[in-house]
Design a protein around this ligand. Structure first.
Ligand code: ADP
Ligand code: MG
Length: 484
């Protein structure tokens, strides 16, 4: 699955490591009581602490700490019982403190792992290096005035988890699968809403290339990418740029680059030489975080079933294919919906309906599952009508479209439109007789060995009965009549 770039002198392998910033789901900021909600009027959610007024002291948000531990456990990671907040010093207009409170040498969470799901149904394990807590900076607004920059401090102090991966990914697809899986896990855990458009999840993307079998090459980092598609484009562009440099005898400079989605290219922001010296030191205003085992075990005991476990259960207990199970568990809402439909029913049939018909209609109409006019109970009732022979699978698809359009119940539509399947062999026999009488030459051909014509007769009988004949009964009676 690795991405290989062919150069004039040989093949190059792409190496990717991601640093994902995920906004912690919690009501207030990391060190103040101001709201951390998205979308408020500029500077309406700024406490004295967030504005760095002199003499203000940070107070840790205990829920944000729990959320970080919960996330660490969900990533099967080492929870560090002792961790430290450090000051990362730099000057910028949207950082009123003159430093960001972050964690450096002693983060709250250490090594973990994420299993990514690839298109061919295979999985790969990507190492997590660490997860630490830090506060976000404010936002400079450059587009409000022709020659002034404004600052919105609503984001100042918003709690973030920075989740750092090992350089274990080898293609844009793997990087995309990693971000998707991470987002899925965070959403299951309820520790980050994963909304990339609102900036609650964004990635710094590190890319290098190497000749196959050699050690890691020099990397470049592309900051703050907030779409999976842009991330993949940036990786492809950047990897090719590096190969071109190396093939022509140059060296890659370690630098921070910016991806410009309009131009589809990356350009340099600053090189390693210009990199900040942040002068990290432990924040004297904050005590180290110390946990006991009971605290960690309490959170572990509350963990929900996560996507990998759910997928395994759908495969092993419900008999779904790995592909179907993977599709159904990716979003928790979809998994819950599916489980409600499948409860007490044929799980494979339920999976087919959710993945095939329901997703099809949602796609066609551009709706989310939450906006679906057909709830899980309503879809379940439709499936019951197929199972008890009231309607055929084909008619059920028509009924479903109508349910989706009108929000009506399956039973009501079947009644109203008279769609009940005809299983009464008398009525079916009459239809078959009519078809046989109308096609004497085809009957002769069939009887002289042209078996393929059976499908033609089936079609004619279904047409004669407006699709309502029970296909099983038609098959039996038709065979008897044609062969008899
Ligand atoms: P920094 O904090 O300076 O960005 P780190 O050592 O923490 O440096 O690494 C940051 C990210 O870079 C990690 O996600 C890591 O996997 C990735 N990375 C490290 N080396 C390489 C490499 N040679 N190629 C691609 N990614 C790399
Ligand atoms: Mg970095």
């Amino acid at each position: 699955m690795g991405m290989i770039i062919e150069g004039a002198t040989g093949d190059w392998e792409v190496v990717i490591g991601l640093e994902v910033h995920a906004q912690v789901t919690t009501a207030s900021k990391l060190f103040s009581g101001a709201s951390a909600a998205y979308g408020a009027a500029p500077n309406s959610q700024v406490s004295f602490i967030d504005a760095a007024m002199p003499g203000m002291l940070p107070v840790i948000n205990g829920h944000a700490v729990e959320q970080a531990v919960r996330t660490g456990l969900g990533l099967k990671a080492q929870i560090n019982k002792y961790s430290v907040f450090d000051r990362k010093n730099y000057f910028y207009a949207d950082l009123p403190q003159g430093y960001q409170i972050s964690q450096y040498l002693q983060p709250i969470v250490g090594k973990g792992v994420i299993t990514i799901d690839l298109k061919n149904g295979e999985t790969r394990e990507i190492g997590i290096t660490r997860l630490h807590l830090e506060q976000d900076a404010g936002k400079s607004l450059h587009d409000q005035h022709p020659n002034q920059t404004f600052v919105d401090l609503n984001r100042s102090g918003v709690p973030l988890m920075e989740i750092v991966s090992e350089p274990d990914m080898r293609s844009p697809e793997e990087a995309a699968a990693y971000v998707k899986k991470l987002r899925s896990i965070l959403r299951y855990l309820g520790t980050c809403d994963g909304n990339m458009e609102e900036g609650s999840m964004r990635a710094d993307v590190n890319v290098s290339v190497r000749r196959i079998g050699e050690g890691y090459g020099t990397r470049c980092e592309m900051k703050n990418i907030n779409s999976i598609r842009f991330m993949q484009q940036a990786i492809i562009y950047e990897a090719n740029r590096q190969v071109d440099i190396l093939e022509s005898g140059g060296t890659v400079d370690q630098e921070t680059r910016l991806y410009d989605p309009d131009k589809g290219e990356t350009r340099s922001m600053r090189s390693k030489e210009e990199a900040h010296d942040y002068r990290y030191f432990p924040d004297p205003d904050l005590l180290p975080l110390e946990f006991d085992d009971a605290f960690i075990e309490r959170i572990r005991a509350e963990l929900p079933e996560l996507p990998d476990d759910k997928k395994a259960r759908f495969i092993n207990e419900l008999g779904l294919s790995a592909y179907d199970a993977g599709v159904l568990v990716a979003e928790k809402e979809v998994a819950d919906y599916f489980e409600a439909v499948a409860a007490g029913r044929d799980a494979k049939l339920a999976a087919n309906w959710v993945i095939g018909e329901l997703f099809g209609q949602l796609n066609r109409t551009g709706k989310d599952l939450a906006e679906s006019p057909v709830g899980a109970a309503a879809l379940g009732e439709l499936i019951d009508l197929i199972k008890d022979g009231t309607i055929s699978n084909r008619i059920a698809k028509e009924v479903f479209e109508e349910m989706f359009e009108t929000g009506k119940a399956a039973k009501a539509i079947v009644e109203e439109k008279g769609l009940k399947q005809v299983s009464d062999s008398g009525a079916i026999e009459a239809a078959i007789d009519a078809v046989i009488a109308a096609n004497p030459d085809k009957v002769a051909e069939y009887r002289s060995g042209k078996d393929k014509l059976f499908g033609f007769f089936m079609g004619q009988v279904m047409k004669e009965t407006q699709g309502k004949a029970n296909p099983g009964v038609v098959t039996d009676v038709l065979k008897a009549k044609l062969n008899g």
